[in-house]
Design a protein around this ligand. Structure first.
Ligand SMILES: *[C@@H]1O[C@H](CO)[C@@H](O)[C@H](O)[C@H]1NC(C)=O
Length: 388
């Protein structure tokens, strides 16, 4: 009720004062907790034993100079969550495994190569289940340091961002004959989505309320997957449809799950994206969006630079590097450039409802004080004249 009164007050005589007051309370941002794979790993894998394919702490990763040198990000510079943190007026969110990491603005648990299923790249990555366990440790430490009440507030107002799933379909399924024997594609998507749903529910039970999701890309159009396309000759530049179909099925299934969770879980709010077509369009028509190259990677070797050799630390040490990464959609054989990450982040932040919703990230970060929904207000007989 207090909220309703103050909201109504905002439209009264005291409009100007009230506006100032609410603007300042809206400016307190939420913390950001990140779960995922190489699309959002800020360097967690630097601190664990794994293969060079799952690390990016060597040149030319990070070459664009935003950071002093390679950080472990699989990009020429920043990744999507760095931009989101900036828009949310947060510092860069530290990797969980960074020894000096402070947790009060959030933590990034992501690990290059990780999947939703524990079987995906097992032993070489921090899988989603373990990332959630690590979150429990952070929650404990927050409670110890801030006290129960403050920690609960931080947890409930925080945004939980997920960018994970591609590895389950690439290495975890298409690269794993045993999995293909055990599950047909439809069943496999159900298992992956079932485990992701469990992860969301477990964070909700721990007090999380606001969730953000980066959808899967048209996986078959990654330079590394184009060269695996069993059907296309090199001239054809065709995407590997089987891989893209899995990503599409995953995106559709996640959309359905989130719609039902919104009904089942009180106070559950989310921002989902549908960037499959969005990215496909940039791949096919790069010049429409200010890019010059949508098919070939900037860094790598072989056709489309789809052989994953960027940096020369892997089995094959030859690699080529383009002059201007910002002209490219793909940085290396698997990962987009900083510029694509920035475009993703901008769209999720306040993007068009067609590809992002039901909330955008800006709503999730800055609307802590707005407990009323639009539905509450239009139900109120005194509020019919309000224009939103
Ligand atoms: C989670 O994944 C495992 C395989 O790692 C599978 O056996 C299990 O059924 C999945 N759980 C759900 C809820 O789908």
């Amino acid at each position: 009720m207090a909220n309703l009164v103050s909201l109504l007050g905002c439209f009264g005589i005291l409009f100007a004062m009230c506006y100032v007051a609410s603007a300042s309370s809206l400016a307190v941002s939420s913390a950001l907790f990140i779960f995922g794979d190489s699309t959002v790993d800020p360097g967690n894998n630097n601190h664990m034993e794994t293969i060079p394919e799952n690390r990016a702490d060597y040149k030319p990763y990070g070459q664009n100079g935003f950071f002093e040198g390679p950080t472990g990000r699989f990009s020429d510079g920043r990744v999507i969550v760095d931009f989101i943190a900036e828009y949310a007026k947060l510092p860069i969110i530290p990797p969980f495994r960074q020894p000096s990491a402070k947790y009060t603005k959030g933590v990034n648990f992501a690990s290059g190569g990780a999947g939703i299923l524990s079987e995906t790249n097992q032993g070489l990555v921090t899988d989603l289940k373990t990332q959630l366990k690590n979150f429990e440790d952070v929650q404990k430490s927050l409670t110890e340091n801030l006290g129960d009440e403050q920690a609960k507030k931080l947890i409930s107002e925080a945004v939980y961002f997920f960018s994970i799933g591609s590895n389950d379909y690439m290495g975890g399924y298409l690269g794993n004959p045993k999995m293909q024997q055990d599950y047909n594609p439809e069943q496999y998507v159900d298992v992956v989505i079932g485990n992701l749903t469990k992860a969301i529910q477990s964070l909700y039970e721990k007090g999380g309320r606001k969730f953000g999701f980066l959808s899967l890309s048209p996986l078959g159009c990654l330079p590394a997957l184009r060269i695996l396309n069993p059907k296309a000759s090199q001239e054809e530049r065709r995407c590997f449809e089987g891989a893209s179909e899995l990503a599409l099925a995953h995106n559709n299934a996640l959309k359905a799950v989130l719609t039902s969770l919104e009904y089942l879980l009180k106070g559950f709010k989310y921002c989902n994206s549908n960037f499959y077509n969005w990215l496909q369009d940039r791949i096919n028509n790069p010049s429409k969006y200010g890019f010059k190259e949508g098919v070939n990677a900037c860094c790598g070797t072989g056709p489309y630079r789809g052989i994953y050799t960027c940096g020369g630390k892997k089995e094959v040490t030859d690699y080529e590097l383009c002059d201007n990464a910002e002209d490219y959609v793909w940085w290396d054989s698997f990962h987009p450039t900083e510029r694509i990450h920035e475009h993703f982040a901008k769209a999720l932040w306040n993007g068009p409802p067609l590809s992002v919703g039901p909330y955008n990230l800006k709503d999730l970060f800055f609307n802590n004080e707005m407990k009323l929904t639009i539905a509450d207000v239009v139900d109120n007989p005194h509020s019919n004249h309000f224009q939103f």
